[in-house]
Design a binder for this molecule. Sequence first.
Ligand code: BES
Ligand code: ZN
Length: 631
Amino acid sequence: MSTVVDRIRSKFHKLDPSTQSNYTDFKVRSTTLELNVLFGEKRITGNVQYDLTNKTNTDKLVLDTSALEIKQVKVGGEPVNFQLDPAKPVLGSALKIPVPQSSAIIVEVSFETTEKCTAIQFIKGDTGPYVFSQCQAIHARSLFPCFDTPAVKSPYKFIGKSPAKVTMSGRPRSSDVANVYVFDQPIPIPSYLVSITSGNLCKAPIGPRSDVYSEPTNIKQCQWEFEKDMENYIQIAEALVFDYEWERFDSLVLPSSFPYGGMEIPNMTQLTPTLICGDRTQTTVMAHELAHSWSGNLVTNCSWEHFWLNEGWTVYLERRILGAIAAKEAKARGKSDNEAKAYGEQARQLDMISGWNSLVETCSTFDPQFTKLVIDLEGKDPDDSFSRIPYEKGFFFLYHLETKLGGVEQFDPFIKHYFKKFRYQSLDTAQFVDTLYEFYTPLGKKDILDSIDWDKQLFTSGAPDEPKLDTTLASEVYKYGGKWVEYIKKGEGDFSNIPFSDADTESFSGEQSMLFLEYLSENFKTLKVPVDLIRKLPQVYPRYASSQNGEILSVWNDILISNGNYTAEDEIVNAFAAWLGHTGRMKYARPGYLLLKNGVSSEYAIAQFKKHEAFYHPICKTMIEKDLGLN
Ligand code: BES
Ligand code: ZN
């Protein structure tokens, strides 16, 4: 067993290549972070105090910073001379601080963000000034000097000062001082989970231990979207792993420039407003962020090379939660226990089919070095490596283990064991495999583990072997999609009588609709569909054509604009570009601009982006610029 694990361990870095800090020399006992929001200057000033154990008696502390101004550094209460190195690409400027070679030290740094800060965005909210941060993967260093590696965790006290309400990554404590907000985070967390939001925020309950926050303008819609599911999700996750340890699970719906679908900030999950679509179909993102309370936030990848441990596990738990919800709803519709359970599994398998399709698609289009499960980030920007791979290849690796080890009944006890064993810690892929052997060897399943091709699973580019998936719920969609393919292959002339309509898809669930549209999108690319037919699609499916749901909107427009030979003058194109101009979620914005580039013209895509670039968060702006070849 140890040879398998040692071999795996020998294949990746021992230390996190994405930090310059000397994090292995210290243990962080606690951190106090104070941030002051200056809306007028669009800056945050702050002060961070580290209570450290100097484990190796080193005489130097090195912290990560990026585009930060360092005002003063104190060690043991006394100002010291510090050194701020020139910025290195990706990594930023190392902050070097002389420290005594004694075991317990207190280091305090005061600092100020600059306009090059990549973590924060100041915007005009609907009802007043607004600022929010996004630190994952390595942007925390542009908000405050830190050990910017997920290998380091600390409990925190947060103090936020602002004329507007503040939320940070902890439990709110009462404060008697006006404009001062205090939070405790007793559970040790890594730097990438540090966050601050300030604006005109209000809240509404969506469960017994959950409120949703947003600006007052759409708080009611936010409440409606989540109140049915929130507590159900938590209880199902608790049964699957173990009790929720963070006390409350609150969430915050951000303005539309928020670059992700969701971000698992402890005690204050951040969400894109694209989830508030009025049909509760996007609450799955909430299930995903909730699952991170265990996978990622309690048990954390020790560097971004092992990101699959965060996201693959989270997708695994998310799909288990959503499968259980589907079963529960089937039961409520009068199905027997067994039928309901079977239906829940069919729903999970349908999700897996979409996941598999996106895994295959990513493997065939994305930079092959980043289609490995465990990647090499030496000298690379983690944002450039980001894709569906850690999510779906990670998921299918876990599903492969689940299947090989005998199904969910055999895998469930391992889930609990793994999360208990590593809670409050960070780990790598070798420790994960080691734990599999530790758990399953006494159960007589070592041979099964030995039969797994670890090299192929962990260190090889491209898609894994295709798993057998249950197509009960997908087959309806494929049968209907197949009729389209047949129809197009036959070719009917002027398409005056298209034998399809909205009514055909009325019974589809949200997932099934997505699978159908993705099926059309994929097949139309190879079929050479006549432009006349494409241009009639909005009349065939007015429901999809008028959808305000971002998932539908993006694949629908992909079908039209990739195949319809539209120009910059067409209404379809302009409406889509206008939508992109106020949609900062990268999942939609990045492929959206590529669609304009490939479907219309590079000039048009660039002109549209230039028109809206001030709207986007710095992370999103940089990625679109890279995608469009602007830098
Ligand atoms: N933690 C991620 C978002 C993230 C990843 C931010 C990497 C920065 C760097 C979050 O949990 C996530 O996965 N969001 C997804 C949601 C989805 C998979 C349900 C997203 O944003 O699309
Ligand atoms: Zn995630």
